[in-house]
Design a protein around this ligand. Structure first.
Ligand code: ADP
Length: 398
């Protein structure tokens, strides 16, 4: 089957066309600046050079039209006709408690996604715009929703509840949901495959370290805890997000700066994390690593604090699972930063972790980076959320 995978944001739309049998990517691309001046579509058909076109895209309907044009172009296209596309898999950020797995989209599902939109006001409405645009452009083609939160729905109550008045959970569903679930599920299952062990026999900690970052504890194939919460702001330090802090910090900064909660939340989401700690140097670990190696105090402060927080979560999750067999690194930083992986793993001697420095010096590929004597395996497992979405979609529409 040919599956179109769509990840739709408020002004961007990422897409991949994947052959679900061979798992080959037939074309991948990105529409940027949708609804803004200077819209651009860029895409790479398999085996061909990247094509970039500046075309006005006043809305997502136009973006989808251009994606379809790109896929069916007589010269550079990868399918002859639109009818060759069997299904569309959509990344949906928040499924609340309603969705514990991927589902075929119908009116009821759209309504349920709308119902939890106030939990992800920036993401869910944008995701739904993509769903509706595809439905309009490809009537009759089955659409599947794959949720970032679904994998974490197996968390027990003691892990997902906040220590606030229980009525807030009952009335407003205030609880921890977790995100990056598609990645945590894919990477933890892949780790079992790499180790040649049954998925349901392992205790795995997945460190998804990208611009957004989260850690999860996967025990016997089920997520039992994860570091993001009601929203993706909780947990690790991230590119620009603060991660965990005392909620009183919000009120304190608001009072000191003479501003409101909304502004402080914006600072915590957009100007904090390694970006804020580095003294506004960068949110990108390529810049931070370069700064670290040159002795830049801000970069050193940011990278060390980032790594320290990962170490703390690994310790917490080893405790939560009463042990750990495998620690995985994935996403932009996890796959590409030997420095961060080393700063984390060298502090896990108490778990019996040893590091294979040479293996760890590689970037962007699947590899075991723990030493042969390590009691816990440490792996780099490149994530592939698009493939996971395509697999779920193919399985549901079969
Ligand atoms: P997201 O999907 O959350 O936007 P990614 O998983 O793509 O993020 O990760 C992007 C981040 O990965 C970049 O901001 C950068 O910090 C980091 N990164 C990418 N390539 C490298 C590299 N070669 N070395 C170090 N860090 C890298």
């Amino acid at each position: 089957m040919k599956i179109l995978v769509i990840n739709c944001g408020s002004s961007s739309l990422k897409f991949q066309l994947i052959d679900s049998a061979s798992e080959e990517v037939l074309c991948k691309g990105l529409c940027e600046r949708i609804g803004i001046d200077g819209s651009v579509i860029g895409y790479t058909p398999a085996g061909k050079d990247k094509i970039v076109k500046e075309v006005p895209m006043p809305d997502h309907n136009k973006a989808i039209e251009l994606v379809i044009e790109a896929l069916t172009d007589p010269e550079t296209g990868v399918v002859k006709e639109l009818s060759e596309i069997d299904a569309v898999g959509h990344r949906i950020v928040h499924g609340g408690e309603a969705f514990t797995k991927s589902v075929i989209i119908n009116d009821e599902v759209i309504k349920a996604i709308e119902d939890v939109s106030d939990l992800a006001p920036l993401h869910n409405p944008a995701n739904l715009i993509g769903v509706r645009a595809c439905m309009k452009a490809m009537p009759g083609v089955p659409m599947v929703a794959v949720f970032d939160t679904a994998f974490h729905q197996t968390m027990p109550e003691e892990a997902y509840l906040y220590g606030v008045w229980y009525g807030y959970y009952e009335k407003f569903r205030v609880r921890r949901y977790g995100f990056h679930g598609t990645s945590h599920a894919y990477v933890s299952a892949k780790a079992a495959e790499i180790l040649g062990k049954p998925y349901d026999s392992l205790k795995t900690i997945v460190c998804h370290l990208g611009n957004g970052a989260s850690v999860s504890a996967v025990k016997e194939g089920r997520c039992i805890d994860t570091s993001m919460g009601l929203t993706p702001l909780e947990g690790l330090l991230m590119g620009t997000r603060s991660g965990d802090l005392d909620p009183s910090v919000v009120e304190y900064i608001a009072n000191k700066e003479g501003t409101d909660i909304k502004n402080v939340m914006n600072i915590l989401n957009k100007k904090s994390g390694v970006y804020g700690l580095s003294g506004d140097l960068s949110s990108d670990f390529r810049d931070l690593e370069a700064g670290y190696n040159k002795g830049d105090a801000g970069a050193i402060r940011a990278v060390n604090t980032f790594a320290y927080r990962v170490v703390k979560y690994i310790g917490a999750y080893a405790a939560a699972m009463n042990g750990v067999d495998c620690i995985c690194f994935t996403a932009g930083v996890g796959e590409n930063s030997p420095m961060v992986r080393k700063l984390v793993l060298e502090r896990l001697g108490y778990l019996g972790v040893t590091l294979d420095e040479e293996a760890n010096s590689t970037r962007g590929k699947e590899i075991c980076i723990s030493g042969p004597d390590s009691r816990v395996k440490a792996l780099v497992v490149p994530t592939n959320e698009e493939l996971a979405i395509a697999r779920d979609t193919a399985a549901l529409v079969k």
